[in-house]
Design a protein around this ligand. Structure first.
Ligand SMILES: [Zn+2]
Length: 124
């Protein structure tokens, strides 16, 4: 999972997940909470995109950006804007019927790639 807060906004010390800064003692709990809310909204936006609901995705991303601007959120917003310019009309059910993205096919593709990644990881 992505790290919500990289460093203390007061003294720039690395944050190790504590709710107070280990160096200067600044209270970080609220900042972390707001960051988690933004990350949760970004995940909701991804789910809305998967469901093909651009309005819902955009609304969640705008809300997330009000809390915290992240490269991921900004990329998703740009993606939504691009989809609005060039609608793809992606319909998961129709794609499955056309044999484009069935779970079985995806599993087959993953299996194909693990042949390579599996062997590379082995040292014996
Ligand atoms: Zn600090």
């Amino acid at each position: 999972m992505e790290k919500i807060l990289e460093c203390c906004p007061v003294c720039r010390a690395k944050v190790r997940g504590d709710r107070t800064c280990a160096r200067c003692g600044a209270e970080l709990g609220l900042l972390i909470q707001v960051g988690e809310m933004a990350a949760s909204l970004e995940r909701a936006a991804v789910q809305a995109l998967v469901a093909g609901d651009l309005d819902e995705a955009e609304s969640a991303l705008v809300q997330a950006a009000r809390l915290r601007v992240s490269p991921f959120g900004q990329a998703l917003l740009a993606f939504v804007a691009e989809l609005r310019r060039q609608p793809v009309h992606y319909d998961p059910e129709r794609a499955a019927e056309a044999g484009q993205a069935t779970p079985g096919k995806l599993a087959g593709i993953k299996k194909f790639f693990t042949r390579f990644t599996g062997k590379r990881g082995d040292k014996t």
